[in-house]
Design a protein around this ligand. Structure first.
Ligand SMILES: C[S@@+](CC[C@H](N)C(=O)[O-])C[C@H]1O[C@@H](n2cnc3c(N)ncnc32)[C@H](O)[C@@H]1O
Length: 220
């Protein structure tokens, strides 16, 4: 299994930092969905700067945030204090979650679990199953094989995984890329509620780029 590597949040500043502080669009839907299902114990897996950790805590969930990056957890702690919410925060590796079986009703992992290789992905999927309660749900995203990253001439780990080479916070981090069939295979122990294949557009230095991710909602 490839070695895990955290994002380098220390170099994320200015507009880039603001981007990672604004909740993602589907988070509002997930809050409504999970509150209407009376779900309460929530894990923000790979919480980054804590945008969803704090958002879900404010919405009334009993919230845990988890990340491999110490800076991420430090910043999330500061954000929780400013926001006046109580959250449980832990530093660690998603390959070995420090939670007991059936701890969570719902888990959100946005652009996180792709940061491993194929063997790691299988391990994470089994960890998700272990820590979810019965009928618990998980919303996750995976990089798509149709996205630009998978076409790059980066070091190859296995058929689905490359090590990203860039001047930025993801330098040296493994990226696993999926396709539809691989998703069905990976999550065959879960009920798949839905799978979306989404193209995101963004502008950097006056140039427009796009990337493709799968957005997947699964139920145990
Ligand atoms: C793209 S950021 C997403 C942050 C957050 N989910 C959000 O949407 O704002 C990916 C996060 O995953 C974390 N991460 C990467 N590999 C990890 C691992 N093996 N275990 C736990 N967290 C990891 C990174 O440190 C980073 O904070």
């Amino acid at each position: 299994m490839v070695e895990s590597k955290a994002w380098n949040w220390d170099i994320v500043k200015g507009e880039h930092e603001k981007y990672w502080q604004e909740p993602a669009v589907e988070s509002y839907y997930l809050i409504n969905r999970w509150l209407s299902q009376n779900k309460s114990d929530f894990l923000d897996l790979g919480c980054g700067l804590g945008r969803h950790t704090i958002q879900f805590a404010k919405a009334g969930f009993s919230t845990s945030g988890f990340d491999l990056s110490e800076t991420s957890i430090k910043k999330t702690k500061e954000y929780a204090k400013e926001s006046g919410v109580q959250v449980d925060l832990k530093v660690g590796d998603m390959l070995d979650l420090p939670y007991s079986d059936k701890s969570f009703d719902c888990i959100y992992c946005r652009n996180v679990i792709s940061h491993t290789d194929t063997a790691g992905m299988k391990r994470i999927v089994s960890e998700l199953k272990r820590v979810l309660k019965k009928d618990g749900e998980c919303y996750l995203t995976l990089g798509s094989k149709q996205t630009w990253g998978f076409q790059q001439n980066w070091p190859v780990v296995d058929d689905n995984t490359k090590i990203r080479v860039e001047d930025g916070p993801e330098n040296g981090i493994p990226h696993f890329y999926a396709d539809y069939d691989l998703i069905l295979e990976l999550f065959n122990d879960f009920e798949i509620v839905n799978i979306f294949h989404i193209e995101d557009f963004y502008t950097k230095n006056d140039k427009t780029f796009s990337s493709f991710h799968y957005h997947i909602l699964i139920r145990k």
